[in-house]
Ligand binder design. Structure first.
Ligand code: GDP
Ligand code: MG
Length: 440
């Protein structure tokens, strides 16, 4: 993945005392290849690399004390800037009804996203009406109606035989008559961009005068997504982008291209099939993922939902200091159980992948979480705070006390070591500055 590639590149840079210019150029070549492999559009990758190279040279990285860190920071800043430096919200605080129109290819997630966003907006106290203008696909309008029932959001009654423009007109009329604040228009997609689709969209936009036209793009579609974005943004005045399937593997690449090609903010990220699986798009988080720092902010936020706020703050400030002892591991294990087991945290902490691979290799499953908890329970207070105290004799005692083996204890210590190293790495890279403040 892009994260792994860039992580590898910078890990190598980080190990150096001093960088030669060839190192920087070499690293940037790899960055470019990694971006291309992650389906970032060629011109976007080129522009990005040029920008970063220029910034690196300008800042005299070659003579700095910690060149690797400096390059990582420059790349990070460039990524955040390119992704859009702030998270953007829906622009719907207008004289009602505000109109939000979703456009995009078939299967990109328009209908799902329409329901997700409607649910969000409704939760903020607005009266929302959804309408499906998809008369191409059989049962498309019913699909939205079903989602409406699930999301407890009103949908426009279906009238067979109406054209999209007529449905849009009817939706606006109903909204005005019944006092809806927001009308969400879900449009039809096509397998490929074609003129009939574009004409239909333009006609609807003329009638509905949307406050928002959101392009919904599947983040897994790669290079093709860039062509789609180019086409749509040339034909309709987009106001933003929603990237779906960000719960999948392709993180970062599509986001980078979308932003560069459309020039519009990525407003939301779809992170699953369920109706609550949508998040505001956070450029700094995605940049962090791309750089292989893991998504520490998301991790802590999710942990905060599962544990008490006090604990979360304590954990955040410990993480910020790069501290991670057996007590921290123990509360992490408890959270893992609460947050749905080992799989749920994959990729969220740098170094976790390694730790998980180690566990997978030894045929461990989620039951291991309970056994690890038992092992930590058998340690003394001192041992928990300073695991390096665990010599052979103490390990035998812990194994006996927890009904495990010394081998198991060693595996636990190895996992702790991986995670502690990861925490130190985050700290060094300054990746979670302001984390505690964000939680408070
Ligand atoms: P449309 O043709 O653009 O209206 O696409 P749909 O909304 O019908 O979505 C197509 C499929 O993608 C459905 O099975 C959705 O559940 C799924 N989907 C949509 N958004 C996401 C997402 O963010 N993550 C995942 N994993 N699946 C999604
Ligand atoms: Mg649809």
């Amino acid at each position: 993945s892009l994260s792994d590639r860039l992580g590898g590149v910078f890990d190598r840079l980080r190990g150096r005392g001093a960088l030669t210019e060839a190192d920087v150029r070499g690293a940037m070549r790899e960055v470019r290849i990694a971006l291309l492999e992650a389906d970032v559009a060629l011109p976007v990758a080129r522009a990005f690399v040029d920008k970063v190279t220029e910034a690196a040279v300008g800042q005299n990285v070659l003579r700095s004390v910690t060149p690797g860190q400096q390059v990582v920071k420059i790349v990070n800043d460039a990524l955040v800037e390119m992704l859009g430096s702030d998270s953007a919200d829906l622009d719907i605080d207008v004289t009602p009804p505000a109109v939000v129109m979703m456009v995009g290819l078939q299967g990109s997630g328009k209908t799902t996203t329409t329901a997700k966003l409607s649910r969000l907006v409704k939760k903020r106290g607005k009266k929302v009406l959804m309408a499906s203008l998809d008369v191409n696909r059989p049962a498309a309008q019913e699909q939205l109606a079903v989602l409406g029932t699930q999301a407890e959001v009103a949908t426009l009654p279906i009238v067979q035989g109406q054209q999209p423009v007529d449905i849009a007109r009817r939706a606006l009329q109903s909204a005005k008559l019944q006092g809806f604040d927001v009308v969400m228009l879900d449009t039809a997609g096509r397998l490929h961009v074609d003129q009939a689709l574009m004409d239909e969209m333009k006609a609807v936009a003329d009638i509905a005068k949307p406050n928002e036209i959101l392009l919904v793009v599947d983040s897994l579609t790669g290079q093709d997504a860039v062509n789609v974005a180019t086409n749509f943004s040339q034909q309709v005045p987009l106001t933003g982008v929603v990237l779906t399937r960000m719960d999948g593997d392709a993180r970062g690449g599509a986001a980078l291209s979308m932003r560069a090609v459309t020039g519009k903010p990525i407003k939301f990220a779809g992170v699953g099939e369920k109706l609550d699986a949508i998040e505001p798009f956070h450029p700094s988080r995605v940049a962090g993922r791309i750089l292989g720092m893991g998504d520490v902010v998301s991790l802590v936020e999710r942990a905060a939902e599962a544990i008490q706020a006090d604990d979360a703050e304590k954990m955040a400030s410990r993480l910020a200091k790069g501290q991670f002892d057996m007590n921290d591991l123990r509360s992490q294990l408890a959270q893992m159980r609460r947050m749905g087991g080992l799989g749920a945290l994959a990729g969220m902490i740098p170094g976790m992948k390694k730790a998980q691979a180690a566990m997978a290799a030894s045929n461990m499953d989620d039951r291991i979480l309970l056994r690890m908890d038992a092992m930590i329970g058998s340690m003394t207070v001192k041992e928990r705070a300073r695991p390096e105290l665990l010599n052979a004799k103490r390990k035998i005692r812990v194994a006996k006390g927890s009904g495990t083996t010394v081998q198991d204890v060693n595996k636990l210590l190895k996992m702790h070591q991986e995670m502690a190293t990861a925490m130190k790495r985050i700290k060094k890279m300054g990746g979670i500055k302001g984390l505690a403040a964000m939680l408070g």
